[in-house]
Write a protein that binds this ligand. Structure first.
Ligand code: 13P
Length: 257
């Protein structure tokens, strides 16, 4: 199959520099095997460089949680792709539902951020996902189609190898309510189908689609063993070194099946 899974920890607005160093130091110690899976941590902006330095020679990669599409200028409070890169990021998370919900992110602005990331040679995890209301109204798949097509608008085939998609149903984020592995697999298959319609089969098959929403050590293996689930974007459980490394191990175990 050949899609290398990604286990990414989105720390959200958690951890001072000191707390970040403690967490990443503990993750590092638990000898994470990144040969089989890619491991990414996304600290808050203030801790990125410190985390990058602490990770040193390990293959754990660092991501930003957002960026602004301009390169520099009078945009108070924003951070550019080039700044993230210089601080040590290889990746950036784009269009997280919390950005859509609280900070007015739309498919258009997601697309602009995504293209800015690619221009700066940053890889991106683009998040999509329906709300509970949309799911209950039977519109989940339409929402996924729209968000995937909207975010990727104007992205050429050649950019796809730098992008992973994260399916994060809004109703499963921070709620302890995980999508069942059937629900996740089905949504991922839909996303892959949309990618195929946009770019072709080969490209769609090569893309990694991560699941996010209350991923924990005890449900990770089940989710990650599904054929369309190529990794996890972990929130709460990524703030505990033991839980995060257990999810990485679950990813490796799921591969062996
Ligand atoms: P939780 O794992 O805390 O539900 O958060 C998921 C998420 O939003 C990751 O980006």
């Amino acid at each position: 199959m050949g899609r290398k899974p990604i286990i990414a920890g989105n720390w959200k607005m958690n951890n001072t520099i000191e707390e970040s160093l403690e967490l990443v130091g503990a993750v590092k110690k638990q000898s994470v095997d990144t040969y089989k899976v890619e491991v990414i941590v996304a600290p808050p902006f203030t801790a990125i460089r410190h985390v990058f330095d602490e990770l040193g020679e390990t293959s754990i990669q660092v991501a930003g949680q957002n960026l602004f599409w301009e390169d520099s200028g009078a945009f108070t409070g924003e951070v550019s792709a080039r700044m993230l890169k210089q601080a040590g990021c290889k990746w950036v998370i784009i269009g997280h539902s919390e950005r859509r919900q609280y900070f007015g992110e739309t498919d258009v602005t997601v697309g602009k951020r995504l293209k800015a990331a690619l221009m700066a040679e940053l890889k991106a995890i683009m998040c999509v996902g329906e709300t509970l209301e949309e799911r209950e109204a039977g519109r989940a798949f339409d929402v996924l189609d729209t968000q995937v097509a909207g975010g990727l608008k104007g992205v050429e085939k050649s950019g796809l190898s730098k992008i992973a998609i994260a399916y994060e149903p809004v109703w499963a984020i921070g709620t302890g309510k995980t999508a069942t592995s059937d629900q996740a697999d089905e949504a991922h298959a839909r996303i892959r189908g949309k990618l195929e319609a946009l770019y072709g089969k080969e490209e769609a098959q090569a893309m990694r689609i991560l699941y996010g929403g209350s991923v924990k050590p005890d449900n990770a293996k089940e989710l990650l063993s599904r054929s369309n689930v190529d990794g996890a974007l972990v929130g709460g459980a990524s703030l505990k070194a033991g839980a995060f490394t257990a999810i990485i191990s679950a990813g490796i175990d799921a591969l062996a099946q």
